[in-house]
Write a protein that binds this ligand. Sequence first.
Ligand SMILES: NC(=O)c1ccc[n+]([C@@H]2O[C@H](COP(=O)([O-])OP(=O)(O)OC[C@H]3O[C@@H](n4cnc5c(N)ncnc54)[C@H](OP(=O)(O)O)[C@@H]3O)[C@@H](O)[C@H]2O)c1
Length: 213
Amino acid sequence: MRIGILGSGLMGSKLGTIWARAGHKVTFSYSRNEQKLEKLAREAGKNAIAGTRARAVKDADALLLAIHWSRLEDVLKQAGNLSGKVIVSCSIPMNKNDSELVVAHTSSGLEELSKRIPKAHVVGAFNTVPSEVLFAVFKNRSRSKRPSLVYCGDSKGKRTAAKLIRDAGFEPVDAGPLQIASYTEPFTLLVAQLAYEGKGGPELAYRFEHFKS
Ligand SMILES: NC(=O)c1ccc[n+]([C@@H]2O[C@H](COP(=O)([O-])OP(=O)(O)OC[C@H]3O[C@@H](n4cnc5c(N)ncnc54)[C@H](OP(=O)(O)O)[C@@H]3O)[C@@H](O)[C@H]2O)c1
């Protein structure tokens, strides 16, 4: 696939590199530092280039949205026409100092995004995973027991996203339509808070069970 990375920070740079190394054609875009984009592309190998937002979007089969929520308007302004595109978003709708969700309970960032770009195929994925673990998971991708990754969203977008999730080394778990994001996004906040408590902080264990009626 041709993948445009919108936001080449912790998440965008790691996932973009992983996908380039898995054989996809990747364009890194949206950093304040163009040299950083060039360096990223060099390090990711022959399948990666650095480009503008518009270049990352043009001809892309899928886009990764990996920006701070406060940058959304700015990214959309220069990205060009996103209608019909598959957009995989790991962006969590947080306020500027990352202390609270700005969209929650009755809606979600993912639903708001799909309203902003009505004809795009929006999927939420990777937002439950801290960026630090992405390369370790990718390295172990041939193991039969892979870590699961929950995703939700538009059904056409989900077919593309499932492939990208597998190529990053996870087993995709389809949690349902866009509306499920109003449950998964608050959960990502909890995971992030516990993950960054540091040594001696609480550990999080979670388990999903299937109840037969
Ligand atoms: N980090 C994680 O572990 C993690 C996990 C799950 C979900 N998320 C979510 O994923 C999204 C991206 O997170 P991240 O950690 O990858 O963020 P990040 O490292 O801050 O990356 C954001 C990217 O946006 C770029 N950007 C361009 N213009 C900007 C401006 N004016 N101000 C600020 N940034 C600008 C940054 O540029 P520069 O290259 O110049 O910095 C950077 O490339 C967020 O919504 C976050 O909540 C993160």
